[in-house]
Design a protein around this ligand. Structure first.
Ligand code: FAD
Length: 288
């Protein structure tokens, strides 16, 4: 099923994200986690794409398993910065042959060895969106950044480029993680004002490892509210306590989002079914 149709037919849509194993890592534990996550019957399962390194077939394998064997709609991610036009075309055709109808079109992070003089076939996700559209009738998602993308000096320019990407053919957007809902509400107001009207799915990261999240937030420029920092300071050194606090924080964030009219919730599961299921159970009456 196309995600845009799911979004228009339900009050609240819940999606999970999984990532495939890295090169030379075993597949079975990831597949077991995927199977467990699908028991929750999320509205769709998003499968990330390793930029470069020839691991794209793992995305296809998992997305196809989710769709065909587990009966859950899948969203296959696809990055373009490290790929040639031919590689991208082949990946899209593989998705099509596997019956995958939804693709999250991403640029991917610029690799350390990227040669800007030489350039590449794709510079921005908007170019990938146009390429996907040439290959068939896919439902296309895009990424967005409520706090602005880390490479973009001005938030308003980031929204200008986001509008360009949506106009190229994006049907819905999924956000980068954020820990202060007011940042999302402010972003939604600004993008709506600029004419971006597609559905926006809010990306929620349940924090189970305080130190790791502090590092990745520093890299991505994600704001950590004082309330959140206090929790990490208090429980960050005790994995069980941090996990419980992280689940509670994510649950509260989601309840506030839904209460304020947000219709799409995306959980970055980090391949941890127990964490996603605890959040799901906390919301059993709120998300049917
Ligand atoms: P773009 O939309 O191309 O934007 C990248 C930068 O270029 C921004 O700063 C933007 O403002 C700027 N820009 C865009 N167009 C123009 C233009 N015309 N002129 C000048 N500047 C422009 N990474 C992976 O490797 N695999 C994944 O599976 C993956 N999944 C993700 C899922 C979500 C929901 C999110 C939020 C991110 C994901 N990422 C993934 C990370 C993503 O690839 C990086 O954040 C990457 O740096 C940007 O990708 P993008 O598609 O948002 O790029």
């Amino acid at each position: 099923m196309k995600i845009i149709d799911i979004l228009s037919s339900k009050d609240v849509v819940l999606s999970y994200e999984v990532f495939p194993p890295k090169k030379d890592m075993p597949f079975e534990p990831i597949m077991a986690a995927v199977d467990k996550l699908c028991e929750d019957k999320p509205d769709f399962m998003s499968v990330t794409y390793g930029a470069g390194g020839g691991v794209g077939h793992n995305t296809l394998k998992i997305a196809e398993h989710v769709e065909k064997d587990l009966g859950v709609t899948s969203l296959a991610h696809l990055t373009c910065i490290s790929s040639t036009k031919e590689q991208v075309a082949a990946a899209i055709e593989d998705f099509k042959a596997a019956g995958i109808q939804n693709i999250l079109a991403l640029r991917g992070d610029i690799p350390a060895d990227y040669d800007s003089e030489k350039g590449s076939d794709f510079r921005y996700a908007s170019e990938l969106v146009r390429e996907i559209k040439k290959h068939g009738d896919f439902c296309i998602g895009g990424a967005c950044y409520p706090e602005g993308h880390v490479e973009c000096a001005h938030k308003e320019d980031d929204i200008t480029y986001l509008k360009e990407k949506v106009d190229a053919g994006v049907d819905f957007l999924t956000t980068q993680m954020f820990f202060d809902n007011n940042i999302l509400y402010n972003f939604l107001y600004r993008i709506r004002e600029r004419g971006i009207t597609v559905p926006v799915i809010a990306g929620i990261m349940p924090v189970t490892n305080g130190k790791q999240i502090a590092r990745s937030c520093q890299l991505s420029g994600t704001y950590l509210p004082a309330r959140f920092k206090t929790i990490v300071d208090k429980f960050g050194d005790d994995p069980e306590k941090m996990k419980q606090a992280g689940i509670a924080y994510a649950t509260e964030q989601i309840i506030d989002l839904i209460a304020n009219g947000v219709k799409g919730i995306h959980i970055y599961t980090m391949n941890k079914p127990d964490v996603a299921q605890s959040i799901r159970n906390n919301l059993s009456k709120i998300i049917g």
